[in-house]
Design a protein. Structure first.
Length: 184
């Protein structure tokens, strides 16, 4: 994983995009990177869409991952992420909000920003749209470029490949709009 796109310790990173745009692949790559270095990560799963079997196949050591299931309650997910970024011991706290991203009061956004700085944890927020505004040090949008199908016959029925790319929306390190290395 390139250092320029990895979640930054002590900062908030946001990954936004439509379904099938690569945002979940990016989330799994970030989790794999962190636990692969022997560190501990937490995943707050608002919609309970995390698949441990796929995560293990992606190289994530599940013994180093705390999975918090929230029963589709975004309020619970936000409170859980707020609590976890204050707990020492995590290198990464990932908040996967899915499709329905809640409104975030600016006071909570700033509380999260200051909490991650105090504990030196990376907070990764994944969802359909941005949540924290200017509190995020890095915001990336995933974009689906194309879908390829395969299979016998005139109408292929097997998904062969999804091409995606990313675009920087906000960064303290790079110019907005610059494409990154990530393609799937």
């Amino acid at each position: 994983m390139g250092e320029s796109v990895a979640p930054i310790r002590g900062e908030i990173t946001e990954i936004v995009g439509r379904p099938s745009s690569g945002r979940t692949s990016y989330l799994l790559a970030c989790l794999s990177h962190v636990v692969g270095q022997g560190e501990t990560a937490a995943l707050v799963d608002a919609e309970e869409t995390f698949d441990p079997r796929s995560a293990a196949q992606a190289g994530i050591d599940l013994r180093r991952l705390l999975w918090v299931r929230c029963g589709s309650d975004r309020g619970v997910a936000l409170r859980a992420a707020d609590m976890l970024v204050r707990c020492p011991g995590f290198a990464l706290v990932a908040l996967d909000l899915g499709e329905r991203v809640p409104r975030l009061p600016p006071t909570l956004s700033f509380r999260l920003k200051f909490a991650v700085r105090r504990t030196d944890v990376a907070l990764l927020i994944v969802g359909r749209r941005r949540l924290t505004g200017s509190s995020a040090a890095l915001a990336i949008e995933t974009l689906r470029e194309g879908v390829e199908w395969a299979g016998p016959g005139p109408v292929p029925t097997r998904l062969a490949r999804v091409r995606t790319t990313t675009r920087v929306l906000r960064s303290r390190r790079e110019e907005p709009g610059e494409s990154l290395w990530w393609t799937a």
